[in-house]
Design a protein around this ligand. Structure first.
Ligand code: URA
Length: 238
């Protein structure tokens, strides 16, 4: 497999871990170029052509592309600096996010804000925060595959537009959706991966940390790797 691009190698290594025995010419969910991501032939041209986040938000409109539209109060598109070097990707809005239309503003959000501000010494406005699905799954259930597939082109385009230097995926769903695998977060966290050329660090979801505070030390270790990669000095922390 020598000579293959890193992203393709990562993909194949994961498939082998999952028991792949033969290499399909084009695996489901892979782009024609062989990169993990959204099959561009299936993406609405308006999404691919959206030049900035405002245009992309307009394309999303009053979205009815999946069944999550029926219970939501607000679409939670994303928040932060459109030129951010660092982008966090969560799972989907909870109750508070659905009310306010802003990601990570509930209890888990307060913890993420602490990680960004107290931990990294950045401001929330310095980074960009988005979710895999933009509408709240009823009762905070897990997002379902059809919902993730419907929303994925918007997340993919957000990442293309923002061009972050580093991505941090929070929890199982964000990590598995971005890396197109089914590997447990406990096995992928803390290890650099690659999303279409962008270094991606998977870590535990802040909601998990609310239930398992002992995981905070582990997440802090992952975040220190992110700071190192971005050249953020721990001494500069506020
Ligand atoms: N959990 C998430 O994954 N995203 C949010 O926006 C809030 C909680």
């Amino acid at each position: 497999m020598a000579g293959l691009p890193r992203a393709a190698l990562n993909y194949l290594e994961r498939e082998l871990e999952l028991g792949l025995e033969a290499i399909p010419l084009r695996a489901p969910g892979m782009r024609e170029q062989g990169r993990p991501g959204v099959d561009s032939s299936l993406v609405e041209p308006a999404i691919r052509q959206a030049a900035d986040l405002d245009v992309l938000r307009e394309v999303l409109g009053d979205c009815r592309r999946c069944k999550l539209c029926s219970d939501r109060s607000n679409i939670v598109f994303g928040v932060g600096n459109p030129d951010a070097g660092l982008m966090f990707v969560g799972e989907g809005p909870g109750e508070e996010e659905d009310k306010q239309g802003v990601p990570f503003v509930g209890r888990a959000g307060a913890l993420l804000t602490d990680i960004i501000t107290k931990g990294m010494g950045l401001r929330r406005e310095d980074v960009y925060i988005a979710n895999v699905v933009k509408c709240r799954p009823p009762g905070n259930r897990n997002p379902q595959p059809d919902e993730i597939v419907a929303c994925e082109p918007f997340l993919a385009r957000q990442i293309e537009i923002i061009e972050p230097k580093v991505l941090v995926s929070l929890g199982t769903f964000a990590t598995q959706a971005l890396l197109k695998n089914r590997i447990a977060i406990s096995k992928q966290r803390g290890v650099w991966s690659d999303y279409n050329g962008v270094p991606l660090m998977p870590t535990f979801h802040p909601a998990y940390l609310l239930r398992n505070p002992s995981g905070k030390r582990i997440v802090w270790g992952d975040i220190k790797l992110v700071m190192q990669k971005m050249g953020i000095s721990p001494l500069a922390r506020r």
